[in-house]
Design a binder for this molecule. Structure first.
Ligand code: LLP
Length: 392
């Protein structure tokens, strides 16, 4: 559920007309709904109310410091994977006590920055070898992936933790992958983690946390992922008697459907029988379709009087054939100048954007009720070259 809706033929984010944001800010622009974000945090948190738990929002999904600040105010912790993400969390006012620093490779500098001389409280990432049945680029919990260590190997590590005087072992972590739309893989992983934790506990390892990672999918088009409530109840039920604090690292399920990328039609073009709608956003602004073949609904900002559609590719101006938002999609008969909302773009949208083709990165705005706030200004041409140096 989200707060993007039509009223009198016009698309709104909460109570703000998207056409007004486009007129004020120019396009393309990312638009987020604060009420949607807040509701998603509350619903997710509520799903785990029957167990001691901590929600650590996965910063990589959307790392704007204004959004992180809201999350910190709403009580979440943060899951980070780099020194840069730690810097953002601290800048946003997040509490370092509620930060999990994961990642396949940390540099010595990152470790020094994050620990600042403290003894690290750590979890070992267990790889349960479960197929999450999602896109291969976002599957992580199988043996063939670079992530984590196998359960037998992890058990040996836990048995030897007394040998590591510089760390305190407090938990077990696991993450299967992203955009998981069925409970099966989660249940399979929970069963083996449960067994694993029981073994560790009988080995005498004192654990406080079981971190089940993120990965709960959202509906981009016709997917019907489990609700946070079902997911939460399942996790709670499988882990309750372990007497651990359950940690979750949701990203997409919190921010994905809370944001859109607002773009304007530049022109229409026919190539033989093929039709193209060229818009001003490109793959550098939202790379998910190019990288994962992901589906994003396209909603016209002005509802069309005619229900007539045409089959077209919706593409950007970037010099790559992978620069598309939809292929052979039935889209409204939009004319140049009209606005289109690329839906479900709040997660892994701006955070994966780049300056490719020397395109300034777009602005981001956060809508709250009747007003909105610019949370990142549009980059300028000067910004593009700011760090480059010409020999004098
Ligand atoms: N925890 C860990 C250890 C992760 O690796 C990830 C995501 C998350 C939590 C958050 O997962 P989520 O709840 O958002 O599914 N760029 C891709 C997604 C990459 C996910 C990477 N890891 C996409 O746009 O689909």
């Amino acid at each position: 559920m989200h707060h993007f809706h039509y009223q009198d033929g016009e698309l709104y984010c909460e109570e703000v007309l998207l056409s007004r944001i486009a007129a004020d800010m120019g396009t393309p622009v990312y638009v987020y709904s604060e009420r949607t974000l807040e509701r998603h945090v509350r619903v997710f948190d509520d799903a785990f109310r029957s167990v001691p738990h901590l929600i650590c929002y996965a910063v990589k999904a959307n790392s704007n410091i204004n959004i992180l600040r809201r999350f910190a105010e709403w009580g979440t912790g943060f899951d980070i994977v780099s020194g840069g993400e730690l810097f953002r969390v601290l800048r946003a006012g997040g509490s370092a006590e509620k930060v999990i620093f994961a990642g396949v490779g940390k540099t010595a500098d990152e470790i020094r920055y994050a620990l600042a001389g403290k003894k690290a409280r750590i979890s070992i990432r267990a790889n349960p070898d479960v197929d999450p049945r999602t896109h291969p680029y976002i599957s992580t919990g199988m043996q063939k992936h670079k992530f984590g260590v196998s359960l037998p190997e992890a058990r040996d590590l836990y048995r030897n933790t007394r040998a590591f005087s510089n760390v305190e072992v407090v938990g077990v972590q696991c993450h299967l992958g992203s955009q998981i739309t069925e409970m099966g893989p989660f249940q399979e992983a929970l069963a083996s983690l449960r067994q694993f934790v029981l073994e560790l506990q009988s080995d005498g390892v004192a654990l406080k946390y079981l971190d089940f990672g993120g990965g709960l999918g959202i509906s981009y088009s016709t997917e019907e992922p489990p609700s946070p409530a079902v997911y939460g109840e399942t996790v709670a039920k499988a882990t309750k008697d372990l007497e651990l604090t359950i940690v979750l690292e949701p990203g997409r399920v919190i921010v994905g459907n809370a944001g859109i990328l607002l773009t304007r039609v530049l022109l229409k073009k026919n190539q033989g029988t093929k039709k193209f709608l060229v818009v001003d956003a490109g793959m550098n602004d939202l790379i998910r379709p190019a990288l994962y073949g992901s589906h994003h609904q396209l909603w016209p900002v002005r509802e069309q009087a005619s229900q007539k559609m045409e089959t077209a590719d919706v593409v950007g101006p970037v010099c790559e054939s992978a620069d598309f938002f939809a292929k052979d999609r039935d889209v409204a008969l939009l004319e140049p100048g009209e606005l289109l909302a690329i839906m479900s773009a709040g997660a892994y949208g701006f955070s994966l954007s780049s300056n490719y083709n020397s395109r300034p990165r777009v602005a981001e705005v956060l809508v709250t009720g009747k007003t909105y706030q610019v949370i990142r200004r549009r980059e300028t041409y000067e910004d593009l070259v700011r760090l480059e140096e010409l020999p004098s």
